[in-house]
Design a protein around this ligand. Sequence first.
Ligand SMILES: NC(=O)c1ccc[n+]([C@@H]2O[C@H](COP(=O)([O-])OP(=O)(O)OC[C@H]3O[C@@H](n4cnc5c(N)ncnc54)[C@H](OP(=O)(O)O)[C@@H]3O)[C@@H](O)[C@H]2O)c1
Length: 372
Amino acid sequence: MSLPVPQRIDLVLIGTRGQVGSALRHRLARQAARLREAAGIDLRLLATFDRRGIAWDLAGLDPDDVDARLAPRDTVALRSLLGHLTRAGDTPTVVIDCTASDEIADRYAEWLAAGHGVVAANKRANARGLAQWRTLQALSVRHGAPYRYETTVGAAIPILGPLRDIGLRGERVRRVSGVLSGSLSYLLERLHAGEAFSDALGGAERLGYTEPDPGEDLRADDLARKLLVLAREAGFALEPAGIRVEPFIASAQAEPGNWRARLADEDALWRGRIAQARSLGRRWVMLAEADAAGARISLQALPEDSPFAALPAGQNLVRVETELQAERPLWLGGPGAGPEVTAAGVLSDVIDAARTLAAAAPAGRGWRRAAA
Ligand SMILES: NC(=O)c1ccc[n+]([C@@H]2O[C@H](COP(=O)([O-])OP(=O)(O)OC[C@H]3O[C@@H](n4cnc5c(N)ncnc54)[C@H](OP(=O)(O)O)[C@@H]3O)[C@@H](O)[C@H]2O)c1
């Protein structure tokens, strides 16, 4: 009996030399043969670009060795590739966004409408208004174009998929809450270990745990985007303005350009807060929550033995309370960031999207199988 020929799937990777994009390319190169054999999909890197370079080869690029193939990015080459992506081709295609760019997120609608899969590590598209989120979901369904963004909350931890499934089987989520920010968890761990706020922040910046502008972390902007994605997937129709956000430090919100001048005040404030929590057997946690009453992000002093308070820095944890799992809620946890784990999660999304497209292939789209 002859084995079925694997379905060829073209990949277009945006963010070639970024941390996640690079880790994903190496993982793709390592897994390609196994995926042909075990999953029946032949993933080919058709094209890739970042802000500086672009490479495109109809025969497929070696994901481990694109550096030598990247030409300086010019508008003609980019326009031609983006034009190619506005049409349904004869090979199913998955576009992978490993940037944090609004300009790239703006294009998801046209890619989905052309029937291409979209896999995003980028939160931007789903952190906009509810109408736009619904449009992307509807385009995905209408055009049979898988849209996956599991790594935008909790990196490789499968959180959004299980939440979506809970909704699809008709089970209402009553409350979803979690520790979702790696940078803020790291800061809190250092503060509880006795470090001054300014030293803890300096350490987080040196280790690359913060956004290029740490004000984004301290205002909880990125955390609010994650909560928006999480809450919507849990079935709460939430607008960005509907989240009540208590910033990690008030000056980052009140004085966005000048908060560093207030670091001495924060050192004193946090010394007092940590001492107070310790005397009560509690630890500070930056908790993101959504339920029927709304969505909020707040600093809470929780008992030391609460699973959220006992969490090591860098780990994320989400608690999901549903109508069938109220007494014993579902807990999902694991490393919440890092290029390797995130790339692993992105590849899971790519495999899922590719399988969905491959399953649709024989239904008359005339898509090309891989050469034997
Ligand atoms: N790192 C993590 O642990 C982690 C975890 C979960 C989710 N994520 C998300 O994954 C995404 C990538 O993160 P990262 O850490 O890999 O960031 P990064 O190292 O800064 O890489 C970003 C990449 O995007 C490219 N890029 C930016 N704007 C672009 C544009 N308009 N057109 C084409 N390419 C563009 C950059 O190109 P140039 O180098 O040419 O500028 C670079 O290759 C972000 O959305 C992040 O929030 C990251």
